[in-house]
Ligand binder design. Structure first.
Ligand code: C2E
Ligand code: CA
Ligand code: CA
Length: 400
């Protein structure tokens, strides 16, 4: 994306340094630049609906709210913003701040030592991914709960499938089923438009059942056609409070002539307060029945997951924020490597999601990751397209 199309926010308490930075950005071609002298000011720019921000360039050491607190607050807001950190601090400290930033879910483009120069800034700015590459939450249609529920009752929801590939052999291990709403007016709608409203209103189970039933039916079909593949279904932590869940899930899967071991249930770390006893009981029972259990988004860090770790999970799915660009950035790489190491020690399958480039793929292979998933391999697709895709992939694999 040309730099003129990006909106910057410069957070720097030192007035002269701030104006130097603004001038550098202008010289580089930036047209939209906001300024703030501390974290509070920066947050209010971000909260202002009339001003958009793509990249924040923030000083770490500011009076009032410093850069670190600012990053934490930014993480809470959940804004899809990239950040470049600038500081006169020593390199080693900058490394830990980089780790912290990613742990708060903020996309860190890089850390630069002061003084800032165009040569240091430009390579980081080009790392920013334009908003279209990510689902755009702001401009997409918003739906009322009633519309979503009506869509569920009209059977408008279906799984899209994204392949999971064994890195060592290139074999298709299975697919993750990702919910899509085939909306009569808006076309294919992505999950962020309906998961949270359903969860917040205690209705997520309705979607879970649809996804489980349809994903199991598809997987049963693949297996009948001689394709040895599993299907992964996302399970909201909220559903795990219901003690009937394990039996209901098992019945659902068996009624499709499928074994529980062909299904992997992906459970996301979440900040939600959960009934820990019930959740542990459900997970233990699901595992006992033979389902695969995956820790989704691993590394994004909530303490509830630490307790759940006591259950025998079979798969560790490393969050895409640690996978994307791991080949380029050392900070993401540390978490990636330690996650792989842990999965290895626990003797469970490691899966990297968000594999977007050949470099990501090569690095993961080198680091001994088991399974890869991401746009580099394929985007999520409808079931017919997925079937075709697998046949084609296997054909190519048999040629090479
Ligand atoms: P997730 O489980 O972490 O799924 C991975 C998300 O990353 C998917 O987004 C997928 O399309 C996207 N993705 C895959 N490869 C790449 C890549 O290389 N680069 C990038 N940038 N993204 C990639 P999607 O389909 O929009 O789903 C978003 C989230 O919605 C999922 O995150 C999951 O937490 C939730 N979700 C989806 N389906 C269901 C469902 O049936 N039930 C529940 N409870 N949650 C679901
Ligand atoms: Ca998932
Ligand atoms: Ca994930």
């Amino acid at each position: 994306m040309p730099i003129a199309g990006l909106a910057f926010l410069v957070a720097e308490d030192h007035e002269t340094q701030r104006s130097i930075l603004v001038r550098i950005l202008k010289d580089l071609g930036a047209k939209h630049i906001h300024e703030a002298s501390d974290g509070h000011g920066a947050l209010s720019v971000i909260a202002d609906p009339t001003r958009s921000v793509d990249i924040v360039i923030s000083d770490l050491d500011m009076p009032g709210m410093d850069g670190m607190q600012f990053i934490r607050e930014l993480g809470k807001v959940g804004a899809r913003i990239s950040i470049i950190l600038a500081s006169a601090l020593e390199r080693k400290l900058l490394g830990s701040v980089a780790l912290m930033t990613e742990a708060y879910g903020i996309r860190l483009l890089g850390v630069i030592e002061k003084p800032l120069t165009p040569d240091k800034l430009m390579p980081l700015i080009v790392l920013h991914q334009p908003a279209q590459a990510q689902p755009d939450r702001l401009t997409s249609p918003r739906f009322t709960l009633q519309e979503i529920v009506a869509g569920l009752h009209n059977d408008e929801f279906e799984p899209f499938l994204q392949p999971k590939i064994a890195l060592a052999t290139g074999q298709v291990k299975g697919a993750e089923a990702l919910a899509r709403w085939r909306n009569p007016r808006h076309g294919i709608v992505a999950p962020y438009a309906f998961i949270k409203p359903l969860e917040d209103n205690g209705l997520i189970d309705e979607l879970t059942w649809v996804m489980l039933r349809k994903a199991a039916a598809l997987c049963s079909g693949w297996r009948a056609a001689g394709m040895d593949m599993t299907v992964s279904v996302n399970l909201s932590l909220k559903s795990l409070g219901d003690l009937h869940l394990a039996d209901l899930v098992t019945e659902q899967v068996r009624s499709q002539n499928l074994e529980p071991r062909h299904i992997i249930l992906e459970v996301t770390e979440s900040a939600a307060t959960i009934d820990i006893g019930e959740t542990l009981e459900n997970l233990a029972r699901l595992r006992m029945k033979g389902f695969g259990l995956s820790i989704d988004d691993y590394g994004t860090g909530y303490s509830s997951m630490q307790q759940l770790m006591r259950i025998a999970f079979t798969e560790l799915k490393i969050d895409q924020s640690f996978v994307m660009n791991a080949a380029k950035e050392s900070s993401g790489r540390i978490i990636l490597e330690s996650s792989l190491d842990m999965a290895h020690k626990l003797n469970i399958t490691s899966v990297a999601e968000g594999v977007e480039t050949q470099a990501d793929w090569d690095l993961l292979r080198r680091l001994g990751c088991d399974v890869a998933q991401g746009y580099f391999i394929a985007r999520p697709m409808g079931h017919a397209a997925y079937h075709e895709w697998v046949l084609n992939w296997n054909r190519l694999a048999s040629l090479s």
